[in-house]
Design a protein around this ligand. Structure first.
Ligand code: ADP
Length: 362
């Protein structure tokens, strides 16, 4: 047993094991201590652990406090950032234990800790996702308000028969119901993104016909913003294997964004080309553009809700995550290019032809 213990204290790559005298000066520098902190036993013997505390913690007197807590309560939790010899920081989970002899006399301290910088990063990412989810919920609240007040106005009309014709009230209700349904669909897709729950029902479809239809559906909202909307598609048909409803959603989300993030009089283009074994759909605009640091995050769920709200465009940061999930399930990929803020955006969706009989046909 002592032999194995000896091997463990010398060979462990995970746990730093440090023994100290009652004043907190190192008397043994064991196991992974050198590996974790970079200091050798010679450098640490007789020294306090102060140099491994961050300047912030030292300023708060944590190095003294921790020993006092262990002295008083037998142990002190020790989960915090620590500084290595080379100046880098690690997040360590550790415990400082007060060691007492049979008479209860304090004879020293033992510290066992493990570098879990990886876990800290995961915790931080979860916290950010939680924060973003809260922002989304409050945005959902805002998005529900407008249709609700419109519907409430329409119901007044139906009750009192005043102000609007029944036809107008009916139209208004229908428009708001479409908005609410879209919101509900987006929210349901959130849970499906990244899980097996997003299912495709694949069939052979003419991609060009689908693109023309979605473009015509969205043309009116682009015209309302007096934008130039160019649809540049080859003649004929392009057959691929795909889920028509989901692919519509992809093109719809990209075009809706292009319209939304491009100002009045701006330009929007929908293009499709066949490149090798792929159909490439491009949605381009000369609008708001995307800053280089935002590009890598743009397809993540809930990304940029805040900045899009700054642009007072609402939005939940769901659309592009859904685009990516659907395209990936089709065996394809989606890329974005932008020269920066205010310089327009260029989205490319690549969908593979799964069988050779598919492709461009006249
Ligand atoms: P939403 O538009 O609801 O915020 P999306 O997932 O569709 O969510 O888009 C995420 C973010 O990407 C948007 O908030 C916006 O900042 C940015 N974005 C998407 N498309 C464009 C575009 N065509 N031009 C500029 N920014 C865009």
């Amino acid at each position: 047993m002592p032999e194995l213990l000896d091997l463990l204290t010398r060979q462990s790559r995970d746990h730093a094991l440090i023994l100290m005298d009652p004043e907190g000066r190192v008397t043994a520098w064991l196991a992974a201590s050198e590996y974790v902190f970079g200091y050798t036993e010679d450098e640490m013997m007789g020294q306090p652990l102060d140099r491994m505390f961050t300047p912030e913690d030292l300023a708060r007197g944590l190095h003294v406090h921790e020993l006092a807590v262990a002295r008083g309560h037998g142990r002190a939790e020790d989960d915090r950032w620590q500084v290595r010899k080379d100046g880098t920081r690690i997040w360590a989970f550790g415990v400082l234990t007060a060691l007492r002899d049979e008479k209860g006399e304090l004879v020293g301290f033992g510290k066992v800790l493990r570098d879990r910088t990886d876990v800290k990063a995961q915790i931080e990412a979860l916290r950010q996702t939680g924060d973003r989810a809260k922002t989304v919920l409050s945005t959902v609240g805002h998005e529900l308000r407008n249709p609700l007040s419109a519907l409430s106005a329409a119901s007044e009309v139906l009750k009192l028969g005043a102000g609007m014709t029944l036809q107008q009230a009916g139209d208004l209700i229908q428009r708001q119901v479409v908005l609410l349904r879209r919101l509900a669909d987006d929210l349901m897709d959130v849970a499906r993104v990244g899980t097996a729950k997003l299912r495709l029902s694949i069939e052979s479809l003419d991609l060009l016909a689908l693109l023309r239809e979605v473009a015509e559906e969205l043309r009116p909202s682009s015209e309302t913003r007096e934008q130039q909307f160019k649809v540049i598609l080859p003649e004929g048909q392009v057959w691929i294997e795909g889920d028509p409803a989901r692919l519509r959603q992809v093109v719809n989300n990209l075009l809706t964004n292009a319209i939304k993030y491009t100002p009045t009089n701006g330009e929007i283009a929908l293009k499709m080309t066949v490149e090798g074994n792929e159909a490439v759909i491009r949605v381009q605009d000369n609008g708001a553009g995307i800053a280089p640091e935002e590009l890598p995050k743009i397809f993540e769920l809930f990304t940029q809700v805040e900045s899009s709200m700054e642009k007072s465009e609402g939005g939940l940061g769901i659309g592009l995550a859904v685009v990516k999930a659907i395209v990936t399930l089709h065996g394809g990929s989606v890329q974005v290019k932008s020269e920066g803020r205010g310089k327009g955006s260029d989205f490319a969706v690549r969908l593979p032809f799964t069988q050779s009989k598919h492709g461009l046909a006249n």
